[in-house]
Design a protein around this ligand. Structure first.
Ligand code: MGD
Ligand code: MGD
Ligand code: SF4
Ligand code: MO
Length: 761
């Protein structure tokens, strides 16, 4: 263990949704440099683990290109600095005007946090309430909405797949060795490989770094996972590996599944998926016989053909084999707040989802989230109900949504646009105003990513640095805009403020009384907490007021689980809040039991629902053995646009030098394809799709599936070094992707299969 000197602070890594606990040693001339970052042994989930990326968070915090002033766009497209008061007054006036003329439902709120910062979105509830914003979108709404729908329909909530404890674990389209996105990914992979009693199965066209640890690697043809997973389910059903008594007790609709999957031609499907039937059957047999089985899916299927159907098949395999509600399977978690919950909607008379739909394109709203991949199409038309204004916070949709140029055009056509960020992002460059936020290490922060079962944890992180000059935290920005809109009378909430002076108990009583008599408090909730409780919480700690509110709700809603963790009695919410504020690390907010995973299923009989009629019928499309997307002579490669590599981190780190000579940017293909198409290793090539083209360096990788190509995610962002030179930064993937290539159910983009051609530049 390296020795560390005095100036060491506990916080979390903000580079992926594992949010590992870290200890940061600050130093350098200004005392603001992250001179050493190591894993925090006391963090209950990461337990000292960090991956290669965390040691370089300094490139997020301290590497130039930070916004230091509010900016306003001039008519010629350039930006001028303005002071905060001017910016806030003008922004408030313009938002009020849009609200008045068109209504709040014509204003879209996009973002609310990235991998490390969700207090932004929680606080923005107040701004959205003030503006009567109806539509909220974010990165999750182009990624996990299919999953949220399937979870909502089958289980009724969000589960945590316990791959760490499973006898048989499976990753479908997920490469945790590189992407992590789970607790302690690399130690886990080493442990399961060493243990002769446990099995790891990986489904990925590429021989990934994760597949190196697998007992069975199913190198499926890209885009054909639906046939692979249907064949696995078919084998399990046909070989009578189902726990029929358990299913009778805990599930509805399983008989239909049995009948349907008895009719699946397992070997034909396996072959069509590019797999040897024997190998697929071996994997299916192991799953069917497992004492416990847990499966994690990710972008390899969530952004690939038939994505929602594959998610349904994944959950059918887990649930039909009884892998629910016991150690090493999955359990229903409780959360302080959710980035995304299981979808709850209404069914029509045929048991089909009656989705609420977007006014222009008719795209479905899942779990309350606006499907981001439709945003540009919603805006760019002359429909009366088209959006008129956009607020983007802590997200970079021009970079992360498909067809960047189309979205740029859409944003420019709006009546008003605002970006709140730490940097002048690709999205900010299209907006009328840009406001500089304090960084995630300069303010109180937390994430709401669902993790951990049976102990549910939450980590409220304190700032480790003072805010950079002329930046503000988002809660303060929201409060100032709300006030500048003239929505709050002077003194209106004084009684609550005064109650707050008397302590948390008086405040709680006053707050709940006021809440029931004044609907405006609910509408502006985080704002009211921020301004009336916030000032009493200690210097610079007002932003944690929203957490006080969440603690009250959590301890009421999950009283049993909270009590097991020690947050009980009439004052449970305040106890939990005080513990979070006092702690230098994560706190257990509630303890669940496996049995509760059954009693909490919100269906009237507490049973799992195996039938989602829309997806059950969709299985028929597999019978035709026709791929949803295909390559062609014109575009012979299936391009995976956005691979997670050792040094990619979405848009969090903009400085390409953070990779320190490790070149994460190349376009990779299989050497055989290099030979076939006469494209030498290391050549500079032109990469073209139907949407766009770019110049990029080519690298051979024998991990690649022949016929496929891959570029990393999070590249192509503009960055200027200290000398004012623009640094090269790889392929801007979404200038190449097709916004019309979307999942038919969830509307999520199919970035893993973009038909492409490659030629010498
Ligand atoms: N280093 C790093 N880590 C990250 C991030 C990052 O930017 N960089 N981002 C974080 C975020 S936001 C997310 S959502 C996660 C995503 O994490 P992952 O989903 O694990 O990452 P990807 O590399 O996008 O895709 C996973 C795999 O999908 C495979 N794939 C491609 N096509 C198909 C297919 O048709 N079928 C199957 N089965 N697999 C296919 C690819 O070969 C790849 O190995 O990573 C998180 N962690
Ligand atoms: N082609 C293709 N597109 C993809 C993907 C892909 O694989 N391929 N992956 C998709 C996935 S899974 C995801 S999750 C998205 C991610 O796409 P985004 O959500 O757009 O990306 P993030 O990196 O989360 O954006 C974080 C933003 O927050 C800013 N920021 C950092 N800290 C703060 C702060 O404290 N306050 C504020 N206000 N701003 C801050 C950063 O500068 C950055 O602009 O990309 C998606 N897009
Ligand atoms: S696994 Fe994710 S959160 Fe943990 S250190 Fe790596 S990038 Fe950071
Ligand atoms: Mo993501």
């Amino acid at each position: 263990m390296p020795e560390v000197s005095g100036n060491v602070h506990s916080t979390a890594c903000n580079l992926c949704f594992a949010n590992c606990g870290v200890k940061v040693e600050l130093g350098g001339e200004d005392g603001r440099q992250f001179v050493k970052v190591r894993g925090d042994n006391d963090h209950p989930a990461s337990k000292g683990y960090i991956c290669n990326k965390a040691t370089r968070i300094d490139y997020y915090q301290n590497s130039g290109n930070r916004l230091t002033s509010p900016m306003r766009r001039r008519s010629d497209g350039s930006y001028e600095e303005v002071d905060w008061d001017t910016a806030i007054a003008e922004i408030a006036a313009k938002l009020s005007a849009v609200k008045q003329q068109y209504g709040g439902e014509r204003i879209i709120y996009y973002g609310g946090g990235g991998q490390g910062n969700h207090l932004v979105g929680a606080s923005a509830m107040g701004l959205r309430g003030a503006l009567e914003v109806k539509y909220k979108a974010n990165a999750i709404s182009q990624e996990k909405t299919g999953l949220a729908w399937v979870l909502g329909r089958m289980i009724g909530g969000v589960t945590h797949p316990e791959v760490h404890h499973a006898q048989v674990a499976m990753f479908v389209g997920k490469n945790p060795f590189m992407s992590n996105g789970m607790d302690r990914a690399r130690p886990f992979l080493r442990e399961i490989r060493k243990d002769p009693n446990r099995t790891l199965i990986v489904v990925d066209p590429r021989r990934t770094e994760t597949a190196d640890f697998a007992d069975i690697h199913l190198a499926v043809k890209p885009g054909r996972d639906a046939w692979c997973m249907a064949a696995i389910m078919g084998h399990i059903v046909q070989e009578n590996l189902l726990p029929l008594d358990w299913l009778a007790q805990h599930a509805n609709g399983f008989e239909n599944i049995i009948t349907r999957f008895n009719a699946i031609p397992v070997d034909d499907f396996a072959t069509f998926a590019g797999l040897k039937p024997d190998l697929l059957r071996r994997a299916a047999q192991i799953i069917g016989e497992a004492q416990s089985f847990a499966l994690e899916e990710d972008l390899g299927i969530e952004m690939a053909p038939h994505s929602t159907l594959v998610t349904y098949l994944n959950f059918l395999i887990m649930l039909m084999t009884g892998n629910y509600g016991k150690l090493g399977t999955q359990g229903l978690i409780t959360q302080l707040a959710q980035v995304i919950g299981g979808h709850t909607g209404n069914l029509d008379n045929d048991g089909r989802e009656a989705f609420e739909r977007l006014p222009v394109t008719g795209a479905p709203i899942i779990s309350g989230l606006y499907p981001g991949a439709y945003m540009a199409d919603e805006i760019l038309n002359d429909h009366d109900a088209r959006p008129r204004a956009l607020i983007v916070e802590s997200s970079n949709p021009v970079h992360s949504l498909p067809d960047a140029n189309h979205l740029r055009k859409a944003i420019r056509s709006l009546d008003f646009s605002l970006a709140v960020d730490v940097a002048l992002t690709e999205t900010a460059r299209e907006c009328d105003y840009v406001l500089p936020a304090s960084s995630q290490y300069e303010k109180w922060e937390a994430t709401f990513f669902p993790r951990n079962f049976p102990a549910n944890i939450f980590y409220l992180r304190r700032p480790i640095l003072a805010p950079a000059a002329n930046t503000l935290g988002e809660p303060e920005i929201h409060a100032r805009i709300i006030e500048a809109m003239g929505l709050v009378e002077p003194g209106e909430f004084d009684a609550l403020y005064t109650a707050g002076e008397q302590g948390l108990e008086s405040y709680r009583d006053a707050f709940f009384a006021a809440m029931s008599s004044n609907p405006k408090i609910g509408q502006l909730l985080p704002y009211v907490l921020y301004r009336t409780l916030g000032p009493h919480l200690g210097e610079g700690e007002a932003a944690t007021a929203i957490i006080w509110g969440l603690c009250q709700v959590y301890t009421l809603k999950h009283a049993t689980e909270a009590a097991r963790a020690g947050w009980d009695g009439p004052d449970a919410g305040n106890k939990l809040f005080r513990a979070m504020k006092a702690s230098d690390g994560a706190v257990v907010i509630g303890e669940s039991t496996y049995e509760e995973s059954f009693s909490r299923i919100p269906h009237p009989d507490n049973k799992l629902q195996m039938l989602i009629p829309e997806l059950f019928e969709e299985l028929d499309v597999l019978d035709t053995l026709e791929p949803l997307l295909e390559t062609s002579d014109e575009y012979p490669f299936a391009l995976a646009a956005g691979e997670r590599r050792a040094y990619t981190a979405n848009c969090v780190i903009r400085d390409p030098r953070w990779a320190k000579g490790q070149h994460p940017m190349a376009l990779t293909i299989h050497p055989d394809d290099g030979e076939k198409y006469k494209l030498p290793d290391g050549a500079t090539v032109k990469l073209e799709t139907a949407t766009g083209s770019t110049i990029v360096d080519l690298a051979y990788s024998d991990r690649m599936h022949p016929g496929t190509a891959s570029v990393p995610n999070g590249q192509g962002m503009s960055f200027t070094d200290e000398q004012g030179n623009e640094l090269p930064s790889g392929v801007f993937a979404n200038e190449l992707t097709d916004r019309k290539s979307r999942d038919r159910f969830a509307g999520t983009p199919l970035h893993k299969f973009v038909p492409a051609r490659i030629s010498l530049a």
